[in-house]
Design a binder for this molecule. Structure first.
Ligand code: ZN
Length: 168
């Protein structure tokens, strides 16, 4: 397994819309393993392929405290079950150190493929529903900072750009 480099806001590559996966092969399964390892090491509760500069529709998650329930979603499609919005303070491995309140539907149904190319349908609520929506946003080139005010987003951009410059 290998740790992958995570792109950080405002890297324009985070705005790429990911393409559907057409073949589930060993290369993809290895990618999922590496994404899980990278997510756990960060540490984070979710990671989309977009964040590691792979523009394919796959994401991983584990919202448990024990970190023993890895989930992966290939070509996820979300349907909102309960449009009632929940408030959650979101963070992101691509926006390190910042947390902002975002409103999202509380429960969703997600259709995706498993490692045998079989379709699976799951209903998620609470943190897993929020996390899934956040990760699917990544696959569509969207970030949680897009939901906050342009002023706040601009401040976050400036601070991160400064930190990124100091590292290089
Ligand atoms: Zn994120």
């Amino acid at each position: 397994m290998a740790l992958l480099k995570i792109l950080e806001f405002p890297d324009p590559r985070l705005r790429t819309v990911a393409k559907p996966i057409v073949k589930i092969d060993d290369i993809l399964l290895k990618l999922i393993d590496d994404m899980l390892e990278t997510m756990y090491a960060a540490p984070g509760i979710g990671l989309a392929a977009t964040q590691i500069n792979v523009h394919k529709r796959v994401l991983v998650m584990d919202v448990t405290e024990e970190k023993n329930s890895p989930m992966s979603f290939i070509n996820p499609e979300i349907e909102i079950i309960d449009a009632e919005l929940g408030e959650f303070s979101e963070g992101c491995l691509s926006v390190p150190g910042f947390f902002e309140i975002v409103n999202r539907p509380k429960s969703v149904r997600v259709k995706s493929l498993d490692s045998n190319s079989k379709e699976k349908i799951q209903e998620l609520e609470g943190l897993s529903a929020i996390c899934l929506q956040h990760e699917v946003d990544h696959l569509n080139g969207k970030l949680f900072v897009d939901y906050i005010s342009p002023l706040k987003r601009g401040l976050i951009r400036k601070k991160l750009q400064k930190a990124q410059k100091q590292r290089t």
